[in-house]
Design a protein around this ligand. Structure first.
Ligand SMILES: NC(=O)c1ccc[n+]([C@@H]2O[C@H](COP(=O)([O-])OP(=O)(O)OC[C@H]3O[C@@H](n4cnc5c(N)ncnc54)[C@H](OP(=O)(O)O)[C@@H]3O)[C@@H](O)[C@H]2O)c1
Length: 328
């Protein structure tokens, strides 16, 4: 798999990684064996970057990754990024050194490591990005060797730009996909210029860009694609990228003719992100081993031709931009 440098961490990672939210909760039940099979299939297919969070299944995702590391994964050159901050009410005051240490102890225990490779603030309140004390505390965490590096997972492009301007932010995780183009305007160029990693999340728009859903698709009551459609539980941008389901289906139908022979719609969607200058790693979530394997294989597709890239922008401008561009 193509390797890229993960920003200021200096680490090299395969350009397709794995998002491990599905191994926690909020996507319906993923049994423990299936979760371990997802990790195994991804790593066998060349994935070396795994994204998780302390809040996914209240630690289940981290603990499963910890088990995978203990049972042989540790020797396979992996970079595991976790997140912290969303297990408490969201105030700037909650983002303090003593809290960071406590959250860090829990994640290190869950993952079974002394030093976490990369810890990201998990979509904190916007004011956190302007708080020097928060970033001083993160620097202390690095000095204490609790974490090797830190980054942020952001909701908006403005938050990303503020974070990129800070000297020791190693990575920015942001929603970027064929239905979310705004980061291409300023965030990706700024990150590239500063040497900050871009971790592209929700690359399949929560599965919409797999082309598998239609108007009759029903998601379970324990799946955020059912219970968070209108932002009832968390930022609606995290569910279908904030695109109304019907509009998303219409856009994906128009993208279908662009899919190269021999590739799936999901692989096309992932390749589109890989082709964007400034992207370090793309982190599709997978519910089973077959999805993880197919996603990793998207890295081997040829770069998409210019007319296909232009058509993606055209479809975005026409159908999607009015819904999302001003929001995130
Ligand atoms: N605030 C944050 O920091 C934040 C928020 C969201 C996500 N993330 C991270 O980003 C990762 C990726 O985002 P995401 O998981 O929300 O969304 P995503 O990657 O856009 O979509 C994942 C869904 O796409 C479908 N899928 C995956 N691979 C497929 C394939 N090969 N063929 C067909 N369908 C496929 C599956 O849907 P089915 O379930 O229908 O099979 C899967 O559950 C997460 O796992 C998490 O690590 C972070």
């Amino acid at each position: 798999m193509e390797q890229r440098i993960l920003g200021r961490t200096g680490r090299s990672v395969g350009v397709i990684g794995l998002g491990a939210w599905q191994l926690g909760a909020d996507w319906g039940d993923v049994a423990e064996d299936d979760a371990l099979a997802v990790l195994g299939a991804a790593v066998d297919a060349g994935v070396t970057f795994i994204d998780t969070a302390d809040v996914y299944g209240d630690g289940r995702s981290e603990r499963l990754i910890g088990r995978f590391l203990r049972e042989g994964g540790a020797g396979r050159g992996l970079t595991v990024a976790t997140k912290m901050g969303r297990r408490v009410p969201q105030t700037v005051d909650a983002y303090r050194l003593d809290a960071f240490r406590a959250w860090n102890d829990r994640s290190r225990q869950n993952l079974g490591v002394d030093t976490l490779d990369l810890v990201q603030l998990h979509c904190p309140p916007t004011a956190v990005y302007g708080a020097d004390a928060v970033f001083d505390a993160l620097d202390t965490m690095v000095e204490e060797k609790r974490i090797a590096a830190y980054g942020v997972s952001v909701e908006t492009c403005d938050e990303a730009l503020t974070a990129i301007a800070r000297p020791n932010v190693a990575s920015v995780q942001i929603i970027l996909n064929a239905l979310r183009l705004k980061p291409l305007e300023r965030v990706l160029p700024a990150a590239a210029a500063a040497g900050v990693a871009i971790i592209a999340r929700v690359p399949l728009a929560s599965g919409l860009l797999s082309g598998r859903y239609d108007e009759n698709t029903v998601f379970g009551s324990d799946d955020h694609r059912n219970y968070n459609r209108h932002g009832e539980a968390f930022d609606v941008g995290e569910t279908f990228s904030g695109v109304d389901f019907g509009t998303g289906l219409a856009a994906v139908r128009r993208l279908a003719p662009l899919v190269p022979d021999g590739a799936t719609t999901a692989q096309f969607a992932l390749r589109w992100i890989v082709d964007q200058p400034g992207v370090s790693v793309v982190i599709p979530g997978a519910r089973n081993a077959a999805q993880a394997q197919a996603n990793a294989a998207a890295a081997t597709l040829a770069p998409l031709p210019e007319p296909a890239l232009a058509t993606v922008t055209e479809i975005y401008d026409e159908l999607i931009r009015p819904q999302v561009h001003h929001r995130w």
